[in-house]
Every structure is written in structure tokens, then in C-alpha cells.
Design a protein. Structure first.
Length: 265
């Protein structure tokens, strides 16, 4: 596995990768969800490239950025054990040098839900993804279903700007208790984790209600008693319909969703 930190090093390393390349953009703090992305990329490509970058442009809260878990040495070990060929781990100034002033705005897909809850978040996502696509030039890029609106933003970006990359969406990976894997889960106390299980349970209740012809949003929201709810909403993604929700447990904000119909892949 090769680790590079500058754009110049990345470009040189990319030239040495033979065949088709799959890219997995990440902010580190790897867990089983990331491993599923690595595995999916490995299955379809000759080489796997991973970005390891806590993107400051995705955060509207400086304290949230500061608290984001970071353990680069651990992440690099996991990437190597997963068969990743190339890791790009730049500093913020490498991707956003002094004087940087060009941002990518995806309009409709970025509205509502996370777009309203985290102003500027998807501008940061779209900009860094476009830069990574231009630098790595992958045939395919891999994202998790848990960040469903993000996949909609990236797909619209690729479609509108004619970026030659296929976007793959990998199903959400969950712990045995049903909680979606997230880098933020480590912040939860045992009591908070028990409360957090109300989020996937409520989404499941909404999915059951949908299959029975009822209102999935009302059912899920009604089952979220005791949690501080940011939103519960339906989200249309190409040919799929998702029931998505965000809630706060203590100081930790969690998002999750369930697929009601169609496919995200």
C-alpha cells in the first residue's frame, strides 16, 4: 500500500496503478461500513484508492470538526489489511490552498434534510468529491446508503458536470443491535447507545406502516418519543424512495434511513 499526502505525489502514484480504479472517499475513523465499501470496490476494480481527509468544508460547527474522531495510524493499518493499494491523506491546505475560492453548489438535491440542518455541508461534499474525481480519475466511486442524500448530491454532480465516474451505493452496515455503524457512535455512553436504538426501530416502524398503506413519516416520528428529532422525511433518490431521519442523543447527532422502494445501487 502506498501513502501519499500531496497532489503531486497522488498524480504520480495514480499513473502507476494498472487497470480500473475504484475510489472510496472517507474521513477516516474506519469501521465495518468502510470495510464494506473497500470490499465492494475490490470486487469491481483492479485497484482501490482511498482518500483519508476530514474535510473542514463539510462542517458548520467548529466544535464538531474538532471532536471528529481521528486515528490515522489505525486507519492505515485497516486499509492495508483490506488490500487498498493507494491512500491519499492530505492536509487541509493541500486541497484548499490560500486563496481558494471555487466551490461547487448542487441546488435541488442539496435542499432539505441534511442541507437545511447543516448549512454549507453539501457544498463541501460536492467540492471535495469533484476534486478527488479529477485527481484520482476512478472508474467507480463508492458511498454508503446511510448518507443517502449525499449520494443524491454526488450523483447529480456527476450527471450535470459529465464526470466520467460511476457512483456505487453500498447498503448500510449495522451492529447486531440494529444501530447503523458510524464514526460518531463511539461518542455514545452505554445509556445513550440504548436510547439511540430508538432511531432504527422508529424507521423500521415507518417501513412497516408504508407496506401496510399508511403514513411512514407519522409512524416513525411517533415512535421517536424521547429523542430530540431534527427531521423525519421521505427522500426520493432517482428510482428509489427512502425514509430518512436525524436525531440527537446527548451531544451526538445520528442519521439513518431505510429503503421503502426501488434500489440505490
Amino acid at each position: 500500500m502506498r501513502l501519499v499526502r500531496t497532489i503531486a505525489e497522488l498524480r504520480a502514484a495514480r499513473e502507476e496503478l494498472a487497470g480500473e480504479v475504484g475510489l472510496v472517499p472517507t474521513m477516516g475513523a474506519f469501521h465495518g461500513g468502510h470495510l464494506a465499501l473497500f470490499e465492494a470496490a475490490r470486487a469491481e476494480n483492479d485497484a482501490v484508492a482511498v482518500s483519508l481527509f476530514v474535510n473542514p468544508a463539510q462542517f458548520d460547527d467548529a466544535s464538531d470538526l474538532a471532536a471528529y474522531p481521528r486515528d490515522e495510524a489505525r486507519d492505515l493499518r485497516i486499509a492495508e489489511q483490506s488490500g487498498v493499494e493507494l491512500v491519499f491523506a492530505p492536509g487541509p491546505d493541500e486541497l484548499y490552498p490560500p486563496g481558494f475560492q471555487t466551490w461547487v453548489e448542487v441546488e435541488e438535491a442539496a435542499r432539505g434534510l441534511e442541507g437545511d440542518a447543516r448549512p454549507g455541508h453539501f457544498r463541501g461534499v460536492a467540492t471535495v468529491c469533484l476534486k478527488l474525481f479529477n485527481l484520482v480519475r476512478p472508474e467507480r466511486a463508492y458511498f454508503g446508503q446511510k448518507d443517502a442524500q449525499q449520494t443524491a448530491v454526488v450523483r447529480r454532480l456527476v450527471r450535470d458536470l459529465d464526470v466520467p465516474v460511476q457512483i456505487r451505493v453500498v447498503p448500510t452496515v449495522r451492529d447486531a443491535d440494529g444501530l447503523a455503524l458510524s464514526s460518531r457512535n463511539g461518542r455514545l455512553s452505554p445509556q445513550e447507545r440504548a436510547s439511540a436504538l430508538g432511531l432504527p426501530a422508529a424507521l423500521h416502524r415507518g417501513a412497516v406502516e408504508y407496506r401496510q398503506g399508511g403514513d411512514p413519516v407519522a409512524a416513525a416520528r411517533g415512535a421517536l418519543n424521547g429523542l430530540e428529532v431534527d427531521y423525519v422525511s421521505l427522500l426520493e433518490l432517482d428510482h428509489a424512495l427512502v425514509l430518512a431521519a436525524a436525531a440527537r442523543v446527548g451531544s451526538t447527532r445520528l442519521i439513518d434511513n431505510v429503503l421503502l422502494k426501488g434500489e440505490l445501487t
